[in-house]
Design a protein around this ligand. Structure first.
Ligand code: NAI
Length: 213
């Protein structure tokens, strides 16, 4: 599977969490089996698209049976690597950082929050998401022996690139970056997910305006 998955396009990878989410709902509803037709109706993808996506990882359906919900859910969890928990740290515990630490269930998504950092003296020493907030000056010391793999950036955009470079030097491999600044880290082994909620809002704006044209 690893050889196949290394060639998988990012658009397929971006659909996997959605498969996982729908399958989680089906499992919750006690559904054990789903036809490719039902799954495609539910997800508003063609059955052929679903087949093509899943074939990138070996294909999991059976002709005339469809998909076993539990098995497919497990397979997708394995493909996403949700069971290999990676340590992550949060940088910036303001409004957004606090919301993320309190509302994202990291461990269900393959991560464990092990540290949080800020520069606001009022926050240092308080707790968030089960971890103590430390001063950013302590990041090097914290990462020295066992660097976490992932950093969640919820800092102002002016500081984002410099902090990211600092974290790369400490061994961080992936960034979930909310800082409204598209990080440029030209290393082959560094992965960045820039997240802009407002992009989605503006897409909605365009689509709603199209309706009323
Ligand atoms: P905030 O001002 O409430 O929090 C920012 C926190 O970062 C503060 O606690 C501050 O002390 C800390 N900070 C500043 N420099 C730091 C450094 N070098 N190291 C560690 N901590 C540092 O701001 P808020 O609302 O939480 O937003 C944070 C960032 O996320 C901003 O850049 C904002 O524009 C962005 N944002 C992005 C969204 C998205 O969809 N990507 C949505 C909302 C906000």
């Amino acid at each position: 599977m690893s050889n196949k998955s290394s060639a998988v396009s990012i658009s397929v990878v971006r659909r996997l969490p959605r498969y996982y989410r729908f399958l989680s709902e089906l499992l919750k509803d006690g559904k054990t089996r789903i036809s490719s037709r039902e799954l495609s109706d539910m997800m508003q993808l063609t059955a052929s698209q679903i087949r093509q996506d899943l074939n990138c990882f070996g294909g999991f359906g059976q002709q005339g049976y469809g998909y076993n919900v539990k098995d497919l859910h497990e397979e997708i969890a394995n493909i996403l690597g949700l069971n290999k928990i990676q340590n992550c740290i949060l940088i910036g515990v303001g409004n957004l950082g606090e919301a993320i630490a309190n509302h994202i269930d990291f461990e269900k998504r393959g991560f464990k929050l092990v540290g949080a950092f800020d520069i606001n003296p009022e926050l240092i020493g308080t707790k968030i998401g089960g971890v103590v907030i430390r001063h950013s000056d302590e990041i090097e010391e914290f990462c020295k022996d066992d660097p976490p793999k992932i950093a969640v950036l919820c800092i102002p955009k002016e500081s984002a690139q410099a902090i990211a470079e600092r974290l790369v030097a400490l061994g961080i491999k992936g960034f979930w970056n909310f800082s409204h600044f598209d990080l440029t880290l030209s290393y082959d082994d560094i992965v960045v997910e820039n997240v802009h909620l407002s992009d989605s809002l503006m897409t909605l704006c365009y689509r709603v305006n199209e309706i009323f044209k």
